[in-house]
Design a protein around this ligand. Structure first.
Ligand code: XLS
Ligand code: NI
Ligand code: NI
Length: 443
């Protein structure tokens, strides 16, 4: 089977996207992403585990705070919500199977909108989960992670798990259970928590300690419930410093690590690092990846990029090979992702309104990662980079430096060694040399 369609073909005139190599000028082909090509012992498909984000790709017409979205979503025409949702799923699996990605990700309400009661919402979601199972089995496209959208509905305006009103917390729990059930029924590899409105707008009306305790309790309940249902995957927390609240409780990787350790959640939870969230926190993407990797907690990534002129979460598709190469260096050195992969949490620009735009966005992003992987692999395995880096720390490999690392020296010892050795000679950090080295392999 080349690709899947439903009754209607939504992306007409575009067939299966194939690898044609760097010489190709076909805009509907990969020039660098060759899923079967082996790099550092694994195929590109295995390294990346690319996933399409259901919400940005199939639910978003390009709305912004200044107006409704201009993009036509032909699968949204039917009157009946379940029929609409099935059409959307046809479109999603058609697109993903033409693109040739192994995974997708969703929020519960991306699949189908809520019904008037909890029981009706559960029934609707079950119908779409059954349909997704058929599509998944027919296409081989798997669920990288599911999540609950605990931020759109007006009831969550003061938070979901951290809402000061227990009635809302209970609603959040019901929705979380539903999203877990859907994820498990679809053999989801992982489950994500992004604390959409888990934060505050003003500390004056906020009991932060109590809210964070409630948040942790909800995570424990989710873990216990899912494990009881036999879920073996990882749970991920996705840090973000702000938006939609002024201050999110999952500010950045370090904050989330502290939270997970404090509440003893490190056995089940890992981090899902998003590029644009890193830059919003005034970090680089590489920094956040490295913090997660150092803790042995790099679970997955949400790949996108921000806009240096706009301060917000613009969620653009990654296209900068140099930046992604720096990220791939950290990912490769960490030994890859723990259970996760690369989800394109990225959306078309508001004025990208043709059906083929979604293809160009993903093809470009996947090729960007492929180029970056090839470059990073050469930098790590063929260049002087690892040696140059470790040489900077060579004074800790033997003698008193080694004893310092082994915790055998005291502060008085350091005083004695410093007095004896005298002023050390200056050693250049060679930053420009390192930067040139990366540039040399990015080609
Ligand atoms: C929003 C987040 C969101 C999560 C999933 O900024 O990135 O898309 O990835 O809820
Ligand atoms: Ni995200
Ligand atoms: Ni985001």
């Amino acid at each position: 089977m080349e690709y899947l369609t439903g009754d209607q073909e939504y992306f007409k005139g575009i067939g299966k996207i194939r690898y044609e190599g760097p010489e190709s000028d076909n805009p509907y082909a990969f020039k660098f992403y060759d899923e079967n090509r082996k790099v550092a012992g694994k195929t590109m498909k295995e390294h990346f585990r690319f996933a399409v984000a259901y919400w940005h790709s199939f639910c978003n017409a390009g709305d912004d705070p200044f107006g409704a979205g201009p993009r036509p979503l032909p699968w949204e025409q039917a009157k009946d919500p379940v029929e609409r949702a099935r059409n959307k799923m046809d479109a999603a699996f058609e697109f993903m199977s033409k693109l040739g990605v192994p995974f997708f990700c969703f929020h519960d309400i991306d699949l189908v909108e809520e019904g008037p009661t909890i029981a009706q919402t559960e029934k609707r979601l079950q119908t779409l989960v059954d349909y997704a199972r058929e599509k998944k089995d027919a296409s081989g496209i798997e669920l990288l992670w599911g999540t609950a959208n605990l931020f759109n509905h007006p009831r969550y305006m003061n938070g979901a798990s951290t809402n000061p009103d227990f009635g809302v917390v209970a609603q959040a729990g019901a929705q979380l259970k539903r999203a877990l059930d859907a994820t498990i029924a679809l053999d989801g590899h992982n489950y994500v928590f992004w604390g959409g409105r888990e934060g505050y707008m003003s500390l004056l009306n906020t009991d932060m300690k109590r809210e964070v305790d409630h948040y942790a309790r909800m995570l424990e309940m989710a873990r216990d419930y899912a494990r009881k249902q036999g879920f073996k995957g990882n749970f991920f927390i996705e840090p973000k410093p702000m938006e939609p609240t002024k201050a999110q409780y999952d500010f950045d990787a370090s904050t989330v690590l502290e939270f997970l350790r404090h509440y003893n959640l490190t056995d089940d939870f890992r981090l899902n690092i998003e590029a644009n969230h890193a830059t919003l926190a005034l970090h680089t993407f590489q920094h956040e990846l490295q913090v997660a990797a150092n803790a042995g907690m790099l679970g997955s990534i949400d790949a996108n990029r921000g806009d240096p002129q706009n301060g917000w979460d613009t969620d653009q598709f990654p296209n900068n090979v140099y930046d992604v190469t720096e990220a791939m260096l950290v990912i490769l050195e960490a030994g890859g992702f723990q259970g996760g992969g690369i989800n394109f949490d990225a959306k078309l620009r508001r004025n990208s309104t043709d059906p083929d735009d979604l293809f160009h966005a993903h093809i470009g992003a996947m090729d960007t990662f492929a180029r970056a992987l090839t470059a990073a692999d050469k930098i790590l395995h063929q260049s002087e980079y690892p040696g140059l880096k470790s040489k900077r720390y060579a004074s800790f490999d033997s003698g008193p430096g080694r004893r310092f690392e082994n915790r055998e020296l005291t502060l008085e010892d350091l005083r004695g060694i410093a007095a004896e050795k005298g002023e050390p000679e200056l050693k250049s950090g060679k930053q420009e040399y390192f930067e040139n080295l990366v540039n040399y392999y990015v080609r």
